[in-house]
Design a protein around this ligand. Structure first.
Ligand code: COA
Length: 288
């Protein structure tokens, strides 16, 4: 079910046809955060393609997003793994065939699980870096020819984990640090051909898989300076801004949408440090 509806247009700061004629290409678009980003763009006039590994989930999400605005066209392309650049390239061809162009790219496909360093295998580390970092590179690479034509924009979905050390997230923190670096470099290299690149870094966003895994503990919302957890709509609002003409001079930035939370030094939850001593200490088995 979609999170946003027409009230997003009626009661928001944005003009209804802000993105009329534009096309968004979204990896991970059937997932919680990227789906709502797509909903906002479509409600404001864009057409879109969402990509994912799971065919049924991706097609169903596309149908539901398409139903948000009469006349909208939203394709759901399953069987796309961002680790395989050829599968993204095929999706780009299909997008151009069906929707004519690509203006906005959201590189949002991500993999995550909790694991302490000692039990995080080389292959597990590689899997997450391959999805989050290599997958973001592949997405930019496969879409570039089209984005160059429209003088479009990239948005990479990052995190705040790597601003400090978050326990059990070595793999994700390392991957997202790379994503930030990738976006910054693209902003510098592609600015001269009229293409912008930015990151969005969500904090604790309720209803997401990451939230369910990491937001353990009581009264955590009160540790957020703005005194609440984030919503997927908060991320969608910032996404609209970053793709809108209001951000036409904004490139190479990392838009943190976390209620100010990372400035208070992170959320070491109750596993710290006892679980880590247990898992990483001399009496624990190691996994290679
Ligand atoms: N803890 C420790 N290691 C784990 C793990 C966990 N919870 N889950 C998977 N791994 C390891 C596997 O054991 C394997 O390593 P090994 O070969 O040394 O045993 C490695 O990760 C790859 O696992 P595999 O299941 O083959 O990878 P995959 O490519 O099919 O899946 C993942 C990728 C692991 C990231 C999987 O969690 C995934 O597909 N996630 C997508 C959904 C998601 O995480 N969304 C959240 C977005 S924030």
């Amino acid at each position: 079910m979609s999170t946003l509806d027409q009230s997003f247009v009626n009661n928001s700061s944005w003009k209804p046809d802000l993105f009329k004629g534009k096309v968004a290409f979204v990896t991970g678009g059937a997932g919680t955060i990227c789906r709502v980003q797509t909903e906002a763009l479509v409600l404001l006039g864009a057409n879109a393609v969402i990509l994912g590994r799971n065919v049924a989930k991706t097609e169903k999400a596309a149908e539901e997003i398409q139903a948000l605005r009469p006349g909208a066209k939203v394709l759901g392309l399953g069987n796309v793994d961002v680790r395989d650049v050829q599968s993204i390239k095929k999706a780009v061809e299909k997008t151009v065939q069906e929707l004519g162009r690509i203006d906005f790219v959201i590189a949002g496909a991500a993999g995550n699980f909790l694991s302490d360093f000692n039990h995080l295998s080389t292959n597990a580390f590689k899997s997450v870096v391959s999805i989050d970092l290599l997958g973001s590179f592949n997405t930019a690479k496969a879409t570039f020819e089209e984005v160059r034509k429209t003088k479009g924009a990239y948005l990479f979905v990052s995190a705040t984990l790597h601003y400090y050390g978050v326990p059990l997230q070595t793999h994700v923190g390392a991957a997202k640090a790379g994503v930030d670096a990738l976006s910054n470099a693209l902003a510098v290299e592609l600015g001269p051909v009229g293409v912008r690149s930015n990151c969005i870094a969500p904090g604790m966003i309720s209803g997401t898989e990451g939230f369910a895994r990491l937001a353990t503990g009581t009264n955590l919302d009160q540790r957020v300076p703005l005194q609440r957890f984030g919503t997927t709509r908060d991320i969608a609002e910032a996404t609209v801004y970053l793709f809108s003409p209001a951000a036409s001079y904004v490139s190479g930035t990392i838009e943190v949408v976390d209620g100010g939370a990372w400035h208070i030094g992170g959320f070491a939850n109750e596993v710290y440090p006892q679980l880590l001593i247990q898992q990483n200490g001399p009496d624990s088995d190691s996994k290679l």
